[in-house]
Design a protein around this ligand. Structure first.
Ligand SMILES: NC(=O)c1ccc[n+]([C@@H]2O[C@H](COP(=O)([O-])OP(=O)(O)OC[C@H]3O[C@@H](n4cnc5c(N)ncnc54)[C@H](O)[C@@H]3O)[C@@H](O)[C@H]2O)c1
Length: 406
């Protein structure tokens, strides 16, 4: 699959660093309105620089445009690619306004082209393992999810020193003005919707708690740095979602069901171990072939003196990549190019992609509801729908010990 990158900034290196995991992706061109950025990316990853974006659009050999420009340019860049008959993979968010999001979805359908929106972390090994354990009834009926994407107090961290592998600085101003909802919520919402189906409503409240983050940005131009939302799924599951860049770092997800609790401590790690704890009072062993249950050798005192408190789990399983270790960017074990590979496979196989436009729009609608709560906290109905998403092919899987600890 011949691809072209548009936007050679900070995140472009996350794609460049993980391209070797997917040799079927052939990068033919890269373009940035900054010639220096384009040249740096080209040199680092050995991808030819295109003379202009139009040159990419006019190149019949390029099948897929990867839009890595800042959020405010997403609609313009994706629109031009779709009009030119290219498939599009866009960094999140799809758009910053509903009209733009709707226009792109309609345009992709009209052009008979696929449009996918990052992030693809719900396709990674850890989240696929988590989803599989839910499907295999390990927690019984899921009731409640705590989904956290607190990215730490970024304004107190040395963010001015953060640079990508190609030497591009982290775009602090854009990140602070766009805010935590558009920047981060989809890492949790993409997964939640892929497992629990469409949402019915979102109740949320968003705030800008730190107004003096960076010199030169007026408080009214800052996006939210804290948002808490309650997502009610049509399936009955309720998720409490916290997103922020003020509190201590916590990018985890905990799914509580009638039979047990599943916990993934780090959703930005495609190889993080998934932890399982059986519910208090449940005697049945989980039936999943991923878990091999070993009864505790001795009575564990914690359950007696701290009733209701789960002992840290030792039963852990994660699908691990077959075919050797993956390459990752230096900061996270996240394979950003996995989404490109999935989209490319769907194009090749003429099948529905797992990162489908209807799902992207549903995620967009939830994010819009969360972000609207900056202006007015409250309850918003979610009306869009999407077709169920097939699981990825399971990766290499070896059953691991699961010590019941309640
Ligand atoms: N920064 C992160 O940690 C991070 C992580 C994941 C995803 N993202 C997402 O990736 C996208 C890009 O973020 P980034 O951090 O790389 O930003 P960035 O500002 O570092 O890079 C964006 C690049 O796009 C270029 N550009 C702008 N308009 C263009 C246009 N019309 N045509 C061609 N090039 C254009 C800019 O010159 C810049 O080099 C955003 O949507 C962001 O939400 C960022």
């Amino acid at each position: 699959m011949n691809i072209a990158f548009v936007g050679c900034g900070f995140v472009a290196s996350y794609y460049g660093d993980t391209l070797p995991n997917h040799p079927e992706l052939r990068p033919l061109a890269a373009f940035d309105i900054s010639p220096t950025r384009a040249a740096g990316f080209s040199k680092r990853y050995n991808i030819p620089v295109a003379a202009s974006y139009q040159a990419i659009l006019d190149n019949p050999d390029i099948d897929l445009v990867v839009n890595l420009t800042p959020p405010a340019s997403h609609v313009e860049v994706s629109r031009a690619a779709l009009v030119a008959g290219k498939h599009v993979y866009s960094e999140k968010p799809l758009a910053l306004e509903p009209a733009g999001a709707k226009e792109l979805i309609a345009l992709a359908a009209k052009q008979n082209r696929l449009l996918a929106v990052a992030p693809c972390n719900f396709l990674g090994g850890s989240m696929q393992t988590l989803a599989r354990l839910v499907r295999e009834d390990v927690v019984g009926t899921p009731r409640l999810v705590y989904a956290e994407i607190d990215d730490g107090p970024i304004h107190q961290l040395p963010y001015r020193t953060w640079v990508s592998s190609a030497g591009v600085p982290w775009p602090a101003e854009t990140e602070f003005t766009v805010g935590c909802v558009w920047e981060h919520a989809s890492y949790e919402v993409g997964f939640l919707t892929s497992v629990f189906g469409p949402a019915a409503s979102v109740t949320s409240s968003s705030h800008t708690l730190v107004t003096e983050k960076m010199e030169g940005i007026a408080p009214q131009d800052l996006g939210p740095d804290f948002c808490v939302g309650l997502i009610r799924f049509r399936s009955g599951v309720v998720a409490r979602l916290t997103i922020g860049t003020v509190a201590r770092r916590n990018r985890s997800i905990t799914i509580t069901g009638d039979k047990g609790i599943l916990h993934l401590p780090e959703i930005w790690d495609y190889e993080a171990a998934v932890q399982f704890t059986r519910s208090r009072g449940t005697t049945a062993n989980p039936a999943s072939p991923l878990l091999r249950v070993t009864p505790p050798a001795t009575a564990e005192p914690v359950a007696a003196d701290k009733p209701g408190v789960p002992v840290p789990e030792r039963g852990i399983q994660v699908d691990t990549p077959a075919g050797g270790p993956r390459q990752y960017p230096k900061a996270y074990r996240m394979d950003m190019s996995l989404g490109l590979a999935e989209l490319a496979a769907a194009i090749r196989e003429k099948r529905r992609p797992r990162m489908a436009a209807d799902h992207a729009f549903h995620v967009y609608e939830i994010l819009q509801a969360l972000d609207d709560s900056v202006a007015a906290p409250g309850d918003r109905k979610i009306t869009s729908d999407f077709a169920p998403i097939d699981p990825m092919q399971p990766l290499q899987t070896v059953a691991s010990d699961c010590t019941i600890s309640w």
